[in-house]
Ligand binder design. Sequence first.
Ligand code: APR
Length: 259
Amino acid sequence: MTQLSPILSTNIEKAVNCLRQSDTVCILTGAGISAESGIPTFRDKQTGLWENYRAEDLANAGAFERDPNLVWSWYQWRRNLVKDKQPNPAHHALARWQQAWQQQNKAELTLITQNVDDLHEQAGSIATHLHGHLWKNRCSKCDAIYDMPIDYTDAQLIHCPHCQGFIRPDIVWFGEGLPVDEWLHAKLSARTCQVFITIGTSSIVYPAAGLVDLAKYSPYQAKIIEINPNPTDNPMVDIQIQAKAGEALPQLVNQLLSE
Ligand code: APR
């Protein structure tokens, strides 16, 4: 395990003490938690074929309407990029923590993610996905689920067998609403938690970024912990863990579970 700086060790210890006194914890993860698995974050500059495009301009309902070929081929490219990626120590640490608390019936840990990859599930966590799933598809016209196998190396658009509309990834794009049940669950968890942890998110995309406010200003006045090598300037953060998730989380979870 990596040797941590004294300030980082102190902040991890503070976080552990705070978590030991809590019965309800809500965690929100973003693209940064998958960065150490080799998946570029959303605001990293894109490379290769896509270096002249911003992810925000492609993960976009308007972009698919204007140019479905372009958006579909970008997603096929992303699927190829992600398909062999494995959970990293941060995903594994969260899964271990969630399972341990569940088995001990100790406290509640709700994991909410903005990520569309399935690395939390691969590691063994149960996660609520606010922005959909990279591996699922549906019709852009009639909304029917499309669950036929897809060849990720083929960038040709696929037509819906029911209405001939174009098949699209089942992902929440800019300009679209979040899935209702998932969003309700996330809001409830944020409002009722005693500690809220954000991990690897720039916290600029709403409504997910507003969960931290719900937690802070709830009757429980949750303590806010942030794990990010590039801290956001959110003044609500109580404990800042300025480190990569894959370095900080295994240490934090080891200490927490070793009482
Ligand atoms: N560990 C923790 N955090 C990291 C790491 C790491 N190893 N590497 C990078 N980060 C941080 C970055 O400093 C940044 O703050 O992860 C964050 C990634 O930010 P974004 O790329 O903006 O990703 P995210 O916050 O998940 O984006 C939110 O925006 O485009 C939409 O729907 C998309 O879900 C996405 C949403």
